[in-house]
Write a protein that binds this ligand. Sequence first.
Ligand code: ATP
Ligand code: MG
Length: 766
Amino acid sequence: MGNGFMAFGDGTAAPGGIVTIGEILVEIMATEPGHGFREPIGLVGPFPSGAPAIFIDQVGKLGFPCGMVSCVGADDFALVNLERLAADGVDVSAIETDPDQTTGSAFVRYRPGGERDFVYNIRNSAVGRTRLTEAAHELLRRSSHLHVMGSSLASGRIIEEIKTAIDIIKGQGGTVSFDPNIRKEILDAPGMREALGYMLAHCDIYLPSGDELTLLTESKSEGGAIAEIFGLGVSAIVIKHGAQGASYHDAREHRRQPAFTVTEIDPTGAGDCFGATFITCRLQGRSVSECLRYAAASGALAVTRKGPMEGTATFAELDALIVSQRRGILPDRPAPPAQGAGILAELAPARAEGRPFGITSVCSAHPLVIEAALLQAREDGTTALIEATCNQVNHRGGYTGMTPADFRDFVHAVAEDVGFPRARIILGGDHLGPSPWKSLLAEDAMAEAAAMVEAYVQAGFLKLHLDTSMGCAGEPVALADQQTAERAARLAAVAEQAALMAGTRPYYVIGTEVPTPGGALEAVPETQVTAPEAPLATYGIHKHIFMSEGLKSVLDRVVALVVQPGVEHGNETVTRYDPEAATALTASLGQLPGLVFEAHATDYQTPAALAALVRDGFAILKVGPALTFALREALYALDEIAAILVPELDPEVEPLPAVMERLMLLNPDHWRSHYHGDTANLSILRHYSYSDRIRYYWPEAEAVMAVDRLFQRLDGVVIPPPLISQFLPRFHERVEAGTLTATARTLSVEAVRDVLRGYAAACRPR
Ligand code: ATP
Ligand code: MG
């Protein structure tokens, strides 16, 4: 025994693939850490799983012939696995489907300390019926290596089948590897120790992790255990030490393989991927050091993905990690198919093909606005793009007090309420750069910006607008293009590293030809259409610097440039889009293949102007104040309606405008520098300005309570059409026609949706 190992790497191995026998199951994970499953909690899954299944999927990803013997039920949990394995190149012909059985499952929850709680249904699942069918014999005939996991030795019956398979493989001159992969608790299950001992004595390569080395040996020292195991005929031992790397031992040499530096998201499956890659590389005849390097890369990539089988990797991905860590940067890892965000990459090609379409970017944190946006996207069958701005949401909380993860959870909660699928939501981060910290020295402000960008990416934001043009303490107000691009590259590198860990591929928007975040300060802003040279220069310098910084892959995902098409709104004026004035700018897009323009402050444009913008290449239309403006109109009107229909008996209760006025006077920070004039004028602007600075006050507790109270007063009240005609005439026809329910909440959301409908019409493909 053991001499089979010589077949590894010397090119004389019988041609044939790798086979494994064992459990297939799905894993369902708790979304929050905690203890056990004794109360309702959030879960995510089913993920394909089972140690031997992960192992063989990794072999398949490497393009090596492989197959699996197992048994599953005739259910979706089986299909989740079978489809994945087949797609990754695993021969599934010997996985039997038993219609009387159920596919195994495991519920997993991480405790705060990192240990895990499980609820398993494996032993009594279909896998218990695993047998060497005719198809299994056929697969074994085509295989030259069998891999066995200790976790698969769950019943006397499967142990017998595995022993038979070992005999078949060995009889063909093949080899066997064994990963004990066992928890101490089940070591004392009946027959377990014997089965493990049998496997140890019949394998050529032994792949224990850490303390498993001495679990089955008399000797409790590492050296003693290794000698003892060699004495059993095992020819090579690879010991896995998690983030500490691995070590290799055979009769000739002992080697250490350090681990690659990655951020661990989910450790499950690292050992399985490591083992699969090591065995595959050995069978390909690679040197021990090369096998170890690839295996360590495989284990490292496995932990960067949530879900047990989600971290398997191709040789290209392993090479990318190895090369990049040599250079000290992290590679660009292809992510799973874009969930809705891929639409951002389609804007430019669609325009090039003469069927331009656009996307509405909703910039608001008001729950009713988010609700309206999701309902509208559902009605239109489109993806919803929701954006947060650097000073509004950041790693320190921003003025809303929300981190990017909080904002994501908030949007997802609204989505859950209205039944809108998360996969169709793109979260965007706007003006990501040092702006909120520009009073600090550049180095400090950029450190904050980097932490913010990282937090955005970690939270799953897939559209990132990098804006680094503003000067920090001691610098000019606006920086030169070169320095702007260098800072953008720095933030892009941070974003990419975080994206690698999160398993996402964000899209980027660059350019800063727009007012500062938060809107223009002038009462009647002077609007200048961006000169056509500007986007060409901006893109040119970014391209040059991104390329020289090794960020080509980022460049490939830059989908848009922010420019000023000549739209703006002051307090009481709107500068309408003038296609003629933008002709040269529009033409410059011809020299920017793969890109569209993003227009900010498109609020209050007419639907026709919006449609012209999309036609002319301004495919991403940002809107914010116009949405809360419409909402405020509806709320104030409803307040008047309530005063008539449900008079407030408590004299202490103020009308809604009075509450808002008080809040705005109490804290004038959000409007003072934007509004000018005498006392009467200021009061009008506070409530009715197009700039809609009042939007900053709706989240305040008192405002939330006042709106809640208004909704409560009108709860169950169907507003009679004549009152709609008086106070909300825009909705009168719809209410009369019976297409709109005249309740307070519905009307508030409908007011926002009316604005969004103009955008939807403009964005629709032609
Ligand atoms: P499991 O049974 O949970 O899949 P294991 O205990 O069999 O895991 P580990 O030692 O955890 O195996 O991982 C195998 C290899 O993967 C390690 O030797 C190491 O090279 C790599 N690896 C694991 N965790 C990390 C990590 N956090 N960072 C980098 N590499 C890691
Ligand atoms: Mg393991």
